[in-house]
Design a protein around this ligand. Structure first.
Ligand SMILES: Nc1ncnc2c1ncn2[C@@H]1O[C@H](COP(=O)(O)OP(=O)(O)OP(=O)(O)O)[C@@H](O)[C@H]1O
Ligand SMILES: [Mg+2]
Length: 1074
């Protein structure tokens, strides 16, 4: 309600349509009163008037955004957010593309307003990673474009020196998808010249203040504004503007938009080149022909520029100081005068910068553009330079004011003219409201045949000397009687003297006031010529970005067509813009500048009044008051509000107009509030519409409740029916389940009963059968006994004759069986030496028992033999052979039983000393041991090593380990040993053998039994003859001196292991053994 009150506040109505009485004074007073209360926004219907407060106000907080989000336009205090919200919702919900036209003088707050609209839309549209990125990119385009396109002017510290139209594109949900920015006519003359108190574009100051030392060094710049000619050699620091911080913000913004670091560097390099071009000084000199020529005064700057752009300094110097002129078919290089040189230099700087700006806009567009193919809704925001009236107005002001004139035309067309024409068209009773129609001014400028721009183009293209004098003369002729055009000549013709109108000037009566334009520079600026040598030089540079800005410099692509003039280009782009704006639903923000000094909250009534007048606000209010705030075709109107009457809701079958009439009649609005046109309904005051909307909202809420109610009822019914069905189903299943269970129980009981009954019956039957069987058995037994008795009685005689034999046989068999079974269980152990055997239990079994014992023993031995290894077998054979030779014949045999026959007692292989002996034995060795040899002459013993091989018997000296005697086995005739336990061996050799010549050998061996046994075995193997062995106490030996009878005597004197030999004469020897 507060807002409605504000709208109706008598002293400061929020909507000027309510102003009473309506006059310029009351309107101005209202604006001033509201402004003094800090209410800078005021409505005229749906047009927002914004008065620049020149100070930050606390009305743009997130809470405010929330307050205006989805608000009713007329239900809240006037605010820029309200129009933004209205436009956004209309776009989102009604699918109508919108444009927001922000107009006003320079410094009136257009750019700020456009930013507020953008930030509001960003805040209320939905959130999400992708959407937030798009929003951020769209918002961040501002700092970048402002750095390159804004400058301080006398009117505004942050004046936009270019026109900007931004189409923000949304998807069907109203989420931003991206956008497209169009820029219009950058004020490039500012690059080379600006008046005192103003500044060049912000970027130069930002770069010098905020660029790091390294960056500036890379760009070959000095952090000192006063060094640069294009900055007027001034240190320009603006209060409240931190250039360094803005530079950082701009860099951050570029990163967010998606500029690669290399792109940023290239951009800054080109910017630096522009700045440095201003410091290129030319000096005059004279050619031989006496013509003036120019040259570079101080080459350092030129060299640095050349280094930055990758171009030969001499090429650049030549392009700056001379020009190629085509004379017939020949190209001639002519030197430029100093002023021509400076002209070329400045044209180059302006061209580079303006083309760089276009590149920048295109680059931003590349980042924010929406992928093709997506369906989108568009909201355009136009922030274009405001109307300008300076002391000295040139070509730029002319163009800018033409653009503003066109915007005013759109405003007039859409709000005043079209509205009034619509009333007439619709047959509404209407008293026309007078307003100023500026079509005549637009036509004066843009008429394609006789418009000022067409004249200018014609003049530019005319061959021969072209200057502004002929241009103005032509204008004076054509527009001599034009109401809105005047010049010194036309006034003189009318005999009017106006000292304020000098020569070479013309004046146009714009909608916003009279502006005098000085034609000097019109042709040059319209032509916007850049010497071809310069564009070629730029194209020849290695700097990719700079090179790409001058495609016409490519000598391969000589373009014969003259480029379109600035005026015609601008006219064409304004025409496109107008077409674009016409296709959208317009929303107006009319910015007013309250004072000329940028002072906070200062309201200068005269200044505001002038703007109120030229903005046509009075006419605007008048038309709104006389006219109708709202109109709509009957069909959508009825569709929107049909729920307000029972007759039209839910369906109206008659015509749309009748439906609307019936509906509104039932709502009982005062008749003067409504008018019925041919196709549309008109509602006079916004309040009625507001009321209608309010009722609609209430009704919609009621209907929503009704729908909810019906829906809930339907849901509950459905649920109930479903539950009922389920309940029936469940009970059916449950009953079925119960019955099945009962049936199963009954079945079980019946089965049990049946089982019992059958069991009882079976048991009874069984009992009966058992009795019958017993009876049957008894009968069989009795009959068997009886039959047995009968048979026995019959056969008794025969039976008694062999009963005894049969019985005894049976008993014998049983006893034998028992004996054998018992034997099987009690078999003695398998050890070979175990000869135990169970005794026979009965005497008649003793033979058999003995036989079984011997069978078992043999079998045990066989098993033992089978598991013997060949070595064990050989040893046992040797042992067996020893037993055959010595058992019970020689006392030593008993001692040898426990000793295993090892054969090798010397360790031939281990002992290196016996190497030679080893060679003798090779692998034929049978036995090796240390023996004592009895000297045949004196009976003394000497140690010898004895080696028995398969072929020889070798005696060797133990010290030298040299064989002393080698005997072939066939030379051995026999051997003799005593019966005692001594180791004496007499080896009888054949007389015919070589060794036998010395007589028989007497040896004493510690392993006699083994030695003789092995000798015997080896001899058997070699000669298949047994060793003739005599075991006796006396035997004869053959000594070299004849036969000697040896007597072995067992005596205690016999010396230990070695026997004592005593010779008794030459043919007797007594040997004492122990
Ligand atoms: N709503 C506002 N609240 C506070 N200050 C504002 C507001 N609108 C504008 N200003 C102040 O006015 C100055 C000028 O505004 P702005 O740059 O938007 O003017 P403009 O209409 O775009 O001018 P130009 O045509 O020169 O670009 C801003 O720098 C700011 O200080
Ligand atoms: Mg601006």
């Amino acid at each position: 309600m507060e807002a409605t009150t504000s709208l109706l506040d008598a002293a400061a109505v929020g909507d000027l349509v309510m102003l009473d009485p309506l006059s310029e004074e009351s309107l101005l007073r209202t604006l001033q009163e509201r402004f003094s209360r800090g209410e800078i926004y005021t409505y005229i219907g749906e047009v927002v008037i914004s008065v620049n407060p020149y100070k930050p106000l606390p009305i743009y907080t997130p809470e405010k955004v929330e307050e205006y989000h989805n608000c009713n336009f007329f239900a809240v205090k006037p605010h820029i957010y309200a129009i933004a919200d209205d436009a956004y919702r209309s776009l989102r919900d009604r699918d109508r593309d919108q444009c927001i036209l922000i107009t006003g003088e320079s410094g009136a707050g257009k750019t700020e307003a456009s930013k507020l609209v953008m930030s509001y839309v960003a805040a209320v549209s939905s959130k999400g990673e992708e959407v937030d990125k798009v929003k951020e990119q769209l918002l961040q385009s501002n700092p970048v474009l402002e750095a390159f396109g804004n400058a301080k002017t006398i009117r505004n510290d942050n004046s936009s020196r270019f026109g900007k139209y931004m189409d923000v594109e949304f998807d069907f949900k109203g989420d931003p998808l991206g956008g497209v920015i169009s820029n219009y006519l950058l004020e490039k003359s500012r690059i080379v010249r600006h008046v005192k108190g103003e500044r060049n574009f912000h970027i130069f100051y930002q770069l010098l203040a905020g660029g790091s030392a390294q960056l500036l060094q890379q760009l070959k710049l000095r952090p000192d504004c006063s060094h640069y000619g294009y900055l007027n050699h001034e240190k320009s620091v603006l209060p409240g503007m931190d250039d360094a911080a803005n530079f950082r913000a701009m860099q951050d913004a570029m990163a967010i938009i998606g500029f690669a670091p290399a792109e940023v560097t290239a951009l800054l390099e080109v910017t630096a080149v522009v700045l440095k071009l201003g410091n290129v000084k030319l000096s005059s000199c004279f050619q031989a022909s006496g013509m003036e020529a120019s040259s570079i005064a101080e080459p350092r700057e030129l060299q640095e520029i050349s280094q930055l752009i990758g171009l030969d300094p001499s090429t650049l110097e030549q392009a700056l100081c001379s020009r190629t002129v085509k004379v017939r078919d020949e190209s001639v290089l002519t030197a430029l005068s100093v002023s021509q040189g400076y002209y070329g230099r400045d044209a180059l700087a302006k061209n580079i910068y303006s083309r760089l700006f276009d590149w920048l806009v295109n680059r931003i567009n590349t980042s924010i553009q929406v992928k093709p193919g997506k369906q989108r809704k568009v909201m355009g925001v136009l922030d274009i330079y405001g109307f300008e009236i300076f002391q000295d107005n040139g070509f730029e002001q002319f163009i800018i004011n033409y653009c503003n004139e066109k915007l005013q035309q759109i405003f007039i067309l859409m709000t005043l003219k079209e509205e009034q024409e619509e009333y007439v068209r619709e047959g509404i009773q209407w008293t026309p409201v007078e307003f100023f129609d500026n079509s005549i001014i637009c036509d004066l400028i843009e008429n394609s045949k006789v418009g000022i721009l067409a004249m200018l183009d014609e003049e530019c293209l005319r061959p021969g000397t072209v200057n502004e004098d002929t241009f103005i003369t032509k204008l004076n002729q054509i527009f001599a009687s034009h109401k809105r055009y005047e010049s010194k000549e036309t006034l003189n013709a009318k005999h009017v003297t106006d000292v304020s109108l000098p020569l070479r000037c013309f004046r146009i009566h714009h909608y916003a006031g009279k502006v005098t334009y000085n034609v000097t520079g019109f042709i040059e600026k319209n032509n916007d010529l850049l010497f071809r040598d310069l564009s070629q030089a730029m194209w020849a540079a290695r700097h990719t970005l700079l090179r790409s800005l001058f495609p016409e410099g490519d000598p391969q692509r000589p373009s014969l067509k003259l480029p379109p003039t600035t005026g015609s280009q601008f006219k064409a782009s304004v025409a496109t813009l107008m077409k674009n704006l016409y296709s959208k639903n317009p929303n107006y923000i009319r910015c007013i500048k309250p004072n000329d000094t940028k002072t906070a909250m200062l309201f200068t009534p005269d200044l505001v009044l002038a703007q109120v007048r030229y903005l046509g606000l009075m006419e605007n209010v008048r038309v709104r008051r006389a006219g109708y705030a709202f109109r709509q075709l009957y069909q959508p109107f009825l569709e929107r509000y049909k729920m307000l009457s029972r007759k039209t809701w839910p369906r109206w079958t008659g015509g749309d107009r009748e439906g609307a009439e019936v509906l509104l009649a039932e709502l009982k609005f005062p008749p003067e509030e409504l008018a019925y046109g041919h196709t549309k309904i008109f509602i006079r005051s916004p309040r009625t519409l507001f009321d209608l909307e309010k009722r609609r909202q209430q009704r919609v809420a009621e209907l929503a409740t009704l729908i909810q109610k019906m829906f809930r009822g339907w849901c509950c019914r459905k649920r109930y029916q479903l539950m009922r069905k389920s309940q029936i189903l469940i009970s059916a299943w449950f009953r079925g389940h119960m019955q099945r269970n009962r049936y199963k129980q009954m079945k079980r009981s019946v089965l049990l009963l049946q089982a019992y009954a059958r069991g009882w019956k079976s048991r009874r039957l069984l009992r009966e059968l058992k009795v019958q069987r017993r009876r049957h058995l008894a009968a069989s037994t009795i009959s068997a006994y009886w039959k047995g008795y009968q048979t026995r009685r019959m056969y008794r005689r025969y039976f008694r004759s062999d009963a005894c034999t049969r019985l005894s046989n049976f008993i014998y068999r049983r006893m034998v069986q028992k004996y054998l079974m018992g034997l099987q269980k009690n078999l003695p152990p398998m050890a070979v030496l175990d000869r135990t055997w169970p005794p026979a239990p009965y005497k008649f079994l003793s033979d058999a028992n003995q036989e079984l014992k011997s069978i078992f023993y043999r079998w045990k031995c066989k098993k033992y033999r089978e598991q013997l290894t060949p070595q064990q077998r050989a040893m046992l054979q040797a042992k067996l052979c020893a037993s055959e030779l010595f058992k019970d014949k020689k006392a030593l045999y008993a001692q040898s039983l426990q000793q295993p026959f090892r054969g090798e007692y010397l360790g031939l292989t281990q002992n290196r000393k016996y190497q030679k002996l080893q060679a003798v034995a090779k692998d034929k060795l049978v036995m090796a041991e240390a023996v004592q040899k009895v000297n045949r002459a004196n009976g003394k013993t000497v140690p010898r090593l004895l080696l028995l091989t398969t072929e020889h018997l070798v005696l060797a000296d133990p010290k030298a380990a040299q064989p002393k005697m080698v005997l072939s086995l066939c030379d051995i005739q026999g051997a003799s040993v005593s019966r005692f336990s001594d180791g004496l061996l007499a080896l009888h050799l054949k007389e015919t053998s070589t060794a036998g010549g010395k007589g028989d050998l007497l040896l004493v061996s510690p392993h006699l039994i083994e030695l003789v046994t092995r000798l015997h075995q080896t001899l058997m193997d070699a000669t298949a003859q047994a060793l003739p062995l005599s075991i006796a106490d006396q035997f004869s030996t053959r000594f070299p001196k004849g036969d000697v009878a040896v007597t072995v005597v067992e005596s205690a004197k016999g010396g230990g292991d070695v026997p004592v030999c005593k010779k008794r004469g030459s043919h007797k020897m007594e040997i004492l053994v122990h």
